[in-house]
Write a protein that binds this ligand. Structure first.
Ligand SMILES: NC(=O)c1ccc[n+]([C@@H]2O[C@H](COP(=O)([O-])OP(=O)(O)OC[C@H]3O[C@@H](n4cnc5c(N)ncnc54)[C@H](O)[C@@H]3O)[C@@H](O)[C@H]2O)c1
Length: 186
């Protein structure tokens, strides 16, 4: 199986890549090593596997970069972990967050359509349920009132995924993650 992991140099992405390689998958990474936190940490994250992966260093916000990543091989699945997180920076730089989290996801889904990739795993956040009173959250709960732009965007990204699923029959698996690691700049 051949898998493209966006954000594959990040915290969750690099562990995902290691696990995929251990299971015998071929792995490509698309990551721009941005400075949301030290890029050296991200380079270190993948240093042990760099000879076993195909790395496209570039920005998800550029459709040509996304196309270049898909041109590296016929992928069976995409695991989409590249994103901007953090509440305060999402308020300070909303355009960056919208471009990365919503438009970037859209470019990826478009590329999946063009290249016939039918499996798309996407990391959302339990924070999308925002100030819902009911706990614990359930997947069926409505996303009524998020409390930050980045959480709201995870809700919007879910909408884009549902559209992709219903129109183009892509199997979209949504992982709702809850605080695995404190994001450095939030
Ligand atoms: N870590 C958590 O506790 C947690 C909780 C809930 C949801 N999540 C979600 O899981 C996903 C991964 O989180 P993480 O903790 O590994 O974050 P991370 O910041 O460590 O990793 C994200 C990676 O994406 C890359 N990236 C960001 N923007 C990019 C762009 N425009 N083009 C290419 N690459 C880009 C970054 O360089 C980074 O390596 C994110 O979607 C995040 O919102 C994480």
């Amino acid at each position: 199986m051949k898998v493209l992991v966006t954000g594959g140099a990040g915290f969750i992405g690099s562990h995902t890549v290691e696990r995929l390689l251990a299971q015998g998958a071929e792995v490509g990474i698309l990551d721009n090593f941005n400075d949301y936190y030290a890029p050296d940490i991200k380079r270190h994250n993948i240093s042990a596997v760099q000879d076993r992966i195909t790395l496209v260093e570039g920005d998800l916000r550029d459709p040509e970069v996304v196309e270049r990543a898909f041109a590296e091989g016929k992928y069976d699945a995409v695991i989409h972990l590249a994103a901007r997180a953090g509440v305060r920076p999402s308020i300070e730089q909303p355009e960056l967050y919208i471009d990365t989290n919503i438009k970037g996801t859209f470019y990826l889904l478009e590329a999946c359509k063009r290249h016939g990739v039918k499996k798309f795993v996407f990391a959302s956040s339990s924070s999308v349920y925002g100030v819902n009173k009911k706990v614990p959250f359930a997947e069926e709960d409505p996303i009524l009132q998020t409390i930050s732009l980045c959480d709201d965007q995870d809700g919007r990204r879910t909408d884009v995924l549902q559209l992709q699923h219903s129109v183009w029959h892509t199997l979209c698996v949504l992982a709702l993650l809850h605080r695995l690691w404190p994001a450095p700049a939030s």
